[in-house]
Design a binder for this molecule. Structure first.
Ligand code: PRP
Ligand code: ZN
Length: 313
């Protein structure tokens, strides 16, 4: 690992500083932009190193390492990085591989993040008659996730041959290397472009934040806790809206019931209208037109719905 550290952190481009949090994220792929965006929404300003492999945090003691997603669990497990953001698919494959070697998976799973959603599925060519999981008995299934697939086959009591590939799994049936595949599906475009259809879902995946098993220095831990609170805030505001409206006092109980996911709203008297009040509330769920129509029917007027930019619970 020492060799890796010096290769990734070429002198002059990167300060290797034990006081700074190092976060490993996917270099290029489905999680890259979302992960960088999440850190920016948490307040991070960064500059990219010359080698494009490291982003230096300018206003927080936090640097980002851009690496292959499959390397992230080990980088965190071996304490080269303090944190990592990686798909549950990669994490689960690694956990099972470690377990097969009799090792526990000593990375700490901190929390799921609300992006990078996809599923791992078994798919077969469109023009075949396979319908159920049992139809997979005796077939060859190509995948880059042999551990997850093998485990699933055991739990389903299916006896099939796992064909391990390093990529381009979707063309394996056409090449005659397998009758089925096990791969990730997000939009479904890859499957349909290759005339494949889903048969079974094996795993639901999303981005996950993981932490090194090694104890963090107090300052780093404090920053990690701050960032985690900000992540919670970022995730909450995505759906949250700030609602302002006028309503008759007599309708307040009804109106409060209609506001989706709001805690105690602020009630403000309206000058010159003793029977009417202004209601301000944060709704932690999206506010749809139907809700606005119901609010109006309950007596509300001057309804405004505003996006929430930041929130700290
Ligand atoms: C996955 C998978 C498919 C594609 C499916 O690859 O192997 O090729 O995504 O997505 P779709 O349903 O939106 O078409 P990924 O981009 O994760 O790359 P990797 O497997 O090489 O890491
Ligand atoms: Zn990958």
């Amino acid at each position: 690992m020492a060799a890796m550290r010096s290769r990734r952190c070429a002198p002059g481009t990167v300060r290797v500083d034990k006081q700074r949090l190092k976060v490993a994220i996917q270099k290029s792929g489905r999680l890259t932009d979302h992960s960088l965006d999440l850190l920016v929404r948490c307040g991070l300003k960064y500059s990219r190193g010359k080698d494009q492999l490291l982003c230096f945090g300018e206003n927080m003691p936090l640097d980002i390492l851009l690496v292959r997603d499959d390397d992230i669990p080990d980088l965190v497990r071996e304490d080269v990085c303090d944190l990592g953001i990686v798909g549950r698919n990669v994490l689960e494959e690694k956990r099972l591989a470690l377990r097969a070697q009799g090792l526990a998976a000593p990375f700490i799973e901190l929390q799921s993040l609300d992006y990078g959603r996809c599923r791992m599925v078994i798919a077969v060519p469109e023009d075949t008659s396979y319908q159920t999981a049992a139809d997979l008995n005796g077939l060859r299934i190509a995948t880059t996730y042999p551990q997850i697939l093998s485990q699933w086959l055991i739990t389903q009591r299916i006896s099939a041959q796992v064909v391990i590939l390093s990529g381009a799994v979707e063309i394996a049936p056409r090449l005659g290397r397998a009758e089925a595949i096990c791969d990730l599906v997000a939009t479904g475009n890859t499957l349909s472009a290759n005339r494949l259809r889903e048969l079974e879902t094996v795993l639901h995946s999303e981005a996950v934040l993981i932490q090194t098993p090694a104890p963090l220095l107090a300052d780093k831990l404090a920053w990690l806790n701050r960032i985690r609170l900000r992540i919670d805030g970022v995730q909450q505001v995505k759906e949250s809206k700030y609602i302002m409206l006028h309503a008759p006092r007599s309708a307040l109980a009804d109106i409060r019931r209609l506001l989706p996911g709001s805690e105690s709203p602020t009630i403000i008297p309206l000058e010159g209208h003793p029977e009417r009040v202004a209601v301000h509330a944060v709704c932690r769920e999206n506010v749809f037109w139907e809700t606005l129509e119901s609010l109006k029917a309950a007596g509300a007027s001057a309804v405004l719905v505003l996006p929430v930019e930041k929130m700290l619970a």
